[in-house]
Design a protein around this ligand. Structure first.
Ligand code: FES
Ligand code: FES
Length: 151
Protein backbone atom coordinates (compact mmCIF):
# COMPACT_ATOMS: atom_id res chain seq x y z
CA UNK A 1 0.00 0.00 0.00
CA UNK A 2 1.16 3.52 -0.67
CA UNK A 3 -0.24 7.02 -0.23
CA UNK A 4 0.17 9.71 -2.83
CA UNK A 5 -1.05 13.31 -2.90
CA UNK A 6 -2.14 13.94 -6.49
CA UNK A 7 -3.93 16.99 -7.87
CA UNK A 8 -5.04 18.14 -4.43
CA UNK A 9 -6.36 14.78 -3.23
CA UNK A 10 -4.88 12.08 -1.02
CA UNK A 11 -4.98 8.57 -2.49
CA UNK A 12 -4.13 5.30 -0.77
CA UNK A 13 -3.71 2.42 -3.17
CA UNK A 14 -2.05 -0.92 -3.73
CA UNK A 15 0.81 -1.07 -6.21
CA UNK A 16 3.83 -3.21 -6.95
CA UNK A 17 6.84 -1.65 -5.20
CA UNK A 18 8.88 -1.66 -8.42
CA UNK A 19 6.22 0.20 -10.41
CA UNK A 20 7.28 3.69 -11.41
CA UNK A 21 5.27 6.79 -10.64
CA UNK A 22 4.31 6.85 -14.34
CA UNK A 23 2.89 3.33 -14.12
CA UNK A 24 1.04 4.00 -10.87
CA UNK A 25 -0.49 7.23 -12.18
CA UNK A 26 -1.66 5.62 -15.40
CA UNK A 27 -2.45 2.05 -14.40
CA UNK A 28 -3.47 2.24 -10.74
CA UNK A 29 -5.02 5.73 -10.77
CA UNK A 30 -6.33 5.98 -14.33
CA UNK A 31 -4.57 9.32 -14.92
CA UNK A 32 -3.62 8.61 -18.51
CA UNK A 33 -2.83 12.23 -19.37
CA UNK A 34 0.76 11.50 -18.33
CA UNK A 35 2.29 9.77 -21.32
CA UNK A 36 4.44 6.70 -21.75
CA UNK A 37 7.28 7.65 -24.06
CA UNK A 38 10.80 6.34 -24.00
CA UNK A 39 10.80 5.25 -20.31
CA UNK A 40 14.51 6.11 -20.39
CA UNK A 41 14.45 9.74 -19.27
CA UNK A 42 15.00 11.09 -22.76
CA UNK A 43 11.68 12.40 -24.13
CA UNK A 44 9.87 14.26 -21.33
CA UNK A 45 6.45 12.82 -22.24
CA UNK A 46 6.06 11.54 -18.68
CA UNK A 47 6.77 14.91 -16.99
CA UNK A 48 4.74 15.71 -13.87
CA UNK A 49 5.26 18.33 -11.17
CA UNK A 50 6.33 17.45 -7.64
CA UNK A 51 5.83 20.42 -5.33
CA UNK A 52 5.85 22.53 -8.49
CA UNK A 53 9.09 21.22 -9.94
CA UNK A 54 9.11 19.08 -13.10
CA UNK A 55 10.31 15.49 -12.75
CA UNK A 56 10.32 12.49 -15.05
CA UNK A 57 7.77 10.05 -13.68
CA UNK A 58 9.26 7.16 -15.69
CA UNK A 59 12.43 7.40 -13.59
CA UNK A 60 10.73 7.97 -10.22
CA UNK A 61 9.39 5.45 -7.73
CA UNK A 62 6.31 6.51 -5.77
CA UNK A 63 8.15 5.89 -2.50
CA UNK A 64 10.52 8.74 -3.41
CA UNK A 65 7.64 11.22 -3.44
CA UNK A 66 6.67 10.97 0.22
CA UNK A 67 4.19 13.67 1.27
CA UNK A 68 4.95 15.98 -1.62
CA UNK A 69 2.20 17.08 -3.99
CA UNK A 70 2.09 15.58 -7.47
CA UNK A 71 0.43 17.57 -10.26
CA UNK A 72 -0.48 15.88 -13.51
CA UNK A 73 -2.04 17.49 -16.58
CA UNK A 74 -5.45 16.51 -15.19
CA UNK A 75 -4.79 18.89 -12.30
CA UNK A 76 -4.04 21.97 -14.41
CA UNK A 77 -7.61 23.07 -15.06
CA UNK A 78 -9.65 24.41 -12.16
CA UNK A 79 -13.04 22.78 -12.73
CA UNK A 80 -14.31 24.03 -16.09
CA UNK A 81 -11.62 26.73 -16.27
CA UNK A 82 -8.61 25.71 -18.32
CA UNK A 83 -5.17 26.91 -17.32
CA UNK A 84 -4.04 29.91 -19.43
CA UNK A 85 -1.35 27.67 -20.89
CA UNK A 86 -3.94 25.17 -22.10
CA UNK A 87 -5.96 27.97 -23.71
CA UNK A 88 -2.89 29.42 -25.42
CA UNK A 89 -1.76 25.99 -26.67
CA UNK A 90 -5.18 25.50 -28.26
CA UNK A 91 -5.24 28.98 -29.79
CA UNK A 92 -1.71 28.70 -31.21
CA UNK A 93 -2.12 25.10 -32.47
CA UNK A 94 0.80 24.16 -30.24
CA UNK A 95 -0.54 20.61 -29.96
CA UNK A 96 -0.73 18.45 -33.06
CA UNK A 97 -0.70 14.75 -32.20
CA UNK A 98 -0.70 15.91 -28.58
CA UNK A 99 1.57 13.20 -27.24
CA UNK A 100 4.16 15.62 -25.92
CA UNK A 101 1.59 18.20 -24.78
CA UNK A 102 0.96 17.16 -21.15
CA UNK A 103 4.68 17.18 -20.43
CA UNK A 104 5.15 20.46 -22.30
CA UNK A 105 2.32 22.11 -20.37
CA UNK A 106 3.73 21.03 -17.01
CA UNK A 107 7.30 22.05 -17.86
CA UNK A 108 5.92 25.43 -18.97
CA UNK A 109 3.78 25.73 -15.85
CA UNK A 110 6.85 25.26 -13.65
CA UNK A 111 8.72 27.88 -15.68
CA UNK A 112 5.95 30.49 -15.40
CA UNK A 113 5.63 29.91 -11.65
CA UNK A 114 9.28 30.86 -11.12
CA UNK A 115 9.71 33.26 -14.08
CA UNK A 116 6.40 34.96 -14.94
CA UNK A 117 7.70 36.70 -18.08
CA UNK A 118 10.41 34.44 -19.47
CA UNK A 119 12.60 35.25 -22.45
CA UNK A 120 12.50 33.01 -25.51
CA UNK A 121 15.84 31.59 -24.40
CA UNK A 122 14.45 30.74 -20.95
CA UNK A 123 11.46 29.02 -22.56
CA UNK A 124 13.73 27.03 -24.85
CA UNK A 125 15.80 25.95 -21.86
CA UNK A 126 12.76 25.06 -19.74
CA UNK A 127 11.29 22.69 -22.34
CA UNK A 128 14.60 21.44 -23.68
CA UNK A 129 13.96 18.03 -22.08
CA UNK A 130 10.58 17.68 -23.78
CA UNK A 131 10.72 16.36 -27.32
CA UNK A 132 8.08 17.16 -29.93
CA UNK A 133 8.05 15.38 -33.28
CA UNK A 134 5.22 17.43 -34.81
CA UNK A 135 5.27 21.16 -34.25
CA UNK A 136 8.81 22.36 -34.86
CA UNK A 137 8.50 24.07 -31.44
CA UNK A 138 7.70 27.57 -32.73
CA UNK A 139 3.99 27.34 -31.92
CA UNK A 140 4.84 25.98 -28.47
CA UNK A 141 7.20 28.88 -27.73
CA UNK A 142 4.57 31.35 -28.92
CA UNK A 143 1.83 29.74 -26.82
CA UNK A 144 3.96 29.92 -23.67
CA UNK A 145 4.78 33.57 -24.40
CA UNK A 146 1.09 34.33 -24.94
CA UNK A 147 0.07 32.67 -21.67
CA UNK A 148 2.81 34.54 -19.82
CA UNK A 149 1.72 37.92 -21.19
CA UNK A 150 -1.93 37.25 -20.29
CA UNK A 151 -1.06 36.24 -16.75
S1 FES B 1 8.82 8.44 -20.87
FE1 FES B 1 9.91 9.46 -19.30
S2 FES B 1 11.41 10.64 -20.30
FE2 FES B 1 10.45 9.50 -21.91
S1 FES C 1 2.46 17.54 -30.88
FE1 FES C 1 3.06 15.54 -31.57
S2 FES C 1 4.88 15.12 -30.42
FE2 FES C 1 4.41 17.19 -29.97
Amino acid sequence: MLTLHVNGERHTLAAEPHHTLLEVLREEMGLTGTKHGCELGECGACTVLVDGAPILSCLTLPIEIGDREVTTVEGLAKGPDLDPLQIAFAEEAAAQCGYCTPGMLLAAKALLERTPLPSREQIEHAISGNLCRCTGYTAIYEAIEKAAKRA
